[in-house]
Design a protein around this ligand. Structure first.
Ligand code: SF4
Length: 374
């Protein structure tokens, strides 16, 4: 199939691997930022095929995983109210809050609905003028534009019973936080191609310069990942640190100007707490004052929330690339996709879920053909 099979071509993959092997002369640690890239890497065993000098560290780019516990608990409290129809993408329903999840709230009588677009939630608001309809707007720069457009439409159409619980996060401040951490081992980044397809690459040269790290914009298919690694390793071996676009079929330097204009109109930059990591300055978006009437956090007073993470969960260390998922004692025992303790085991983009799904159950490499277990 065009655009899929052609980026999984085994012969081209072998050729790229050969070029990486021929280039590398010493150990390098690269971080793939996005959870979608992590899944491709683990699913296709790319990390096992690389020369042992090249280590891939899995980054925090899983939107479900980094949504802070306090926001999950806010969502649970709002969703339990009788006047509310709470709308969310399906992957948020099983994310554990302090003492329950959205599935549980639904089981206890809450009107929690899975939608496939924020515009579906807006339609529900139009159809139910006497109910409060809240959409759970989370994610990176990729999901932010449609969410911004939905709030814009709600305001334009005067749909007053629609609001959004916003917890958007931005990639560049996370890269800065990773690089300034005392435990950082990252020497090069595979930047998330879909984020750059919206935002462009303007924000990355300053980071590459300041931290002297190559940043290679990378796609999501196996050949995209291998090409991103090849270009990053080549820069490292040459002592270079530039921004390089290895995903030009989707990314232009200025991204998507219409989407960026919508984001600038509806959102404003704010400090944001990342689950398991902590607060990163200027790393998020919230609704700007003009759209405050549609901000669920303001509409529903949900203060006084006390959060409590499970003591056994080490997802913060997983998200910072400090440990691999199978190094957590709960992995595959008390924590599985059916009984997740942390968000990194719930989300389809979470590193713990990827390791479990593709049977990376220990440090010993497993066969590439391993059968998924869920
Ligand atoms: S395996 Fe489970 S408990 Fe361990 S870090 Fe991952 S999500 Fe948390």
């Amino acid at each position: 199939m065009k655009y899929l099979d052609e980026f999984q071509n085994p012969e081209l993959a072998r050729r790229l691997l050969g070029e990486i092997r021929a280039t590398v002369t010493r150990p390098w640690a690269l971080m793939e930022v996005c959870g979608g890239q992590t899944h491709t890497i683990i699913r296709h065993g790319i990390d096992q095929l690389l020369p042992e000098e090249v280590e891939l560290i899995h980054g925090p780019g899983c939107p479900v995983c980094v949504t802070p516990l306090a926001v999950i608990d806010q969502a649970l409290e709002i969703a339990a109210r009788p006047e509310v129809i709470f709308c969310s993408f399906g992957d948020m329903l099983r994310v554990p809050g302090t003492d329950r999840d959205l599935f549980r709230v639904r089981g206890e009588g809450g009107d929690v609905r899975v939608v496939y677009s924020p515009l579906d939630a807006l339609k529900i608001a139009q159809q139910n003028p006497h109910r409060e309809v809240v959409f759970f707007g989370i994610g990176f720069e990729t999901t932010a534009p449609p969410n911004a457009m939905t709030v814009y439409q709600a305001r334009k159409l005067g749909i007053r019973n629609f609001s959004m619980l916003v917890s958007h996060v931005r990639v560049p401040p996370a890269i800065e936080a990773i690089m300034t951490s005392s435990s950082c081992r990252v020497q090069g980044f595979l930047a998330a191609g879909h984020v750059c397809s919206v935002m462009g690459t303007d924000e990355y040269p300053a980071l590459a310069d300041r931290f002297r790290v190559p940043i290679v914009v990378t796609g999501f298919e196996p050949l995209d990942i291998l090409e991103g690694i090849r270009r990053t390793v080549r820069q490292l071996e040459r002592g270079e640190h530039t921004v390089d676009n290895a995903y030009p079929r989707a990314v232009r330097p200025d991204g998507n100007p219409a989407a960026r204009a919508m984001l600038a109109d509806v959102f404003e930059v704010t400090d944001r707490s990342w689950r398991g990591i902590g607060t990163i300055p200027a790393s998020g978006w919230r609704l700007s004052d003009r759209y405050r009437d549609h901000d669920a956090e303001h509409r529903f007073s949900v203060g006084g929330i006390t959060t409590r993470e499970p003591a056994a969960c080490r997802s913060g260390e997983v998200l910072q690339g400090l440990i691999k998922p199978h190094e957590c004692q709960a992995f595959g025992t008390t924590c599985t996709p059916r009984t997740p303790l942390g968000a990194t085991m719930v989300s389809s983009e979470g590193a713990c879920a990827a390791y479990y799904l593709y049977r990376r159950l220990g440090s010993t490499p497993t066969p590439l053909e391993a059968t998924p277990v869920v």
